[in-house]
Design a protein around this ligand. Structure first.
Ligand code: ADP
Ligand code: UDP
Length: 260
């Protein structure tokens, strides 16, 4: 599939057209931004890791019937995806209170929520992605009730499935953001964009160590190493890549008693 024109360049990815009007190439950059673009950096290798991790998650979601835009990964930084018209809403699903939820409502950091909480934010950088209600979505006709209910149901299924995947590798899925779009070909709603440590909060199960973009937001260091750790635990870091090698702990010396 030939890469054609750049259609859109965002903060973390670029979208290119292809020979097929219904397919586009999603290119993962190393750029990172936070706090509505106020903090910026380039994190070498991040795009490669997000490409792999998102491919792994979206292809696993396909296997349980969550339709999504991923056709296939093309190379280290690119995926062929179905072109959609993005619904201008960020769907945030939370299992543990942190980030903007704690600040906005004074909920204690780390509170385990009785059941998953879905929040909606308008996807508008100029307005700072403000939180909106179901009534805003319906009133301004961003979605109708049937579409919104379908997406809510999908968000909960995605959350259940991802919690299981991450729990299996010793990681808590604290919260995450997803985007949906309508396909150009038949207006069907499908999951789009990416699911990666850039869009999820992922904490080590035993230590609560942050293994996601909060390492960048909060200047905790070792951003790429944490993303590598996620990829390694998910079992997807086998291929040779130009990502810096993982540092393995030094081997422990073991004394072997010789039988005389
Ligand atoms: P942002 O736009 O917030 O800076 P990115 O840098 O991640 O975000 O840019 C990728 C853009 O591509 C996002 O705006 C996202 O909504 C959009 N997008 C993701 N998947 C698709 C798709 N399948 N078709 C069209 N646009 C998409
Ligand atoms: N998130 C995202 N993109 C955004 C805003 C949030 O991927 O533009 C993710 C974020 O990584 C976290 C979840 O959505 O996993 C909830 O984010 P929160 O509202 O707490 O964001 P904060 O304001 O703390 O960045």
């Amino acid at each position: 599939m030939k890469k054609r024109k750049k259609l859109y360049e965002g903060k973390a990815k670029i979208i290119y057209s292809t020979d097929d009007k219904n397919l586009v190439i999603q290119h993962f950059k190393d750029d990172a931004t936070a706090f509505n673009n106020q903090k910026r950096a380039t994190i070498e290798g991040k795009g490669i890791l997000n490409n792999r991790i998102s491919e792994h998650i979206l292809s696993s979601l396909s296997e349980i019937g969550i339709n999504n835009h991923l056709i296939k990964r093309l190379n280290m930084r690119e995926q062929l995806v179905e072109l959609v018209s993005i619904i201008p809403i960020e769907f945030v699903i939370r299992n543990i209170a942190t980030g903007s939820l704690t600040k906005r409502l004074g909920i204690e950091e780390g509170t385990i929520l009785d059941y998953p909480l879905i929040e909606y934010c308008l996807k508008n950088d100029k307005l700072g992605d403000p939180i909106i209600s179901r009534e805003h979505i319906l009133n301004f006709k961003w979605l109708n009730t049937i579409e919104l209910d379908l997406i809510n149901e999908q968000c909960l299924r995605i959350n259940d499935f991802l919690q299981g995947i991450f729990r299996g590798v010793g990681i808590k899925l604290v919260d995450f953001k997803v985007e949906f779009g309508k396909t150009k070909s038949n207006d069907k709603i499908i999951l789009a964009d990416e699911i990666s440590p850039d869009t999820c909060r992922l904490w080590d199960h035993q230590t609560d160590k942050k293994l996601d973009k909060d390492r960048f937001r909060k200047n905790l260091g070792n951003v790429v190493e944490s993303y590598q750790e996620i990829a390694r635990r998910l079992g997807i870091l086998h291929e040779q890549s130009n990502i810096r090698p993982i540092k393995f702990p030094k081997p422990i010396a073991v004394k072997i008693k010789k039988n005389k």
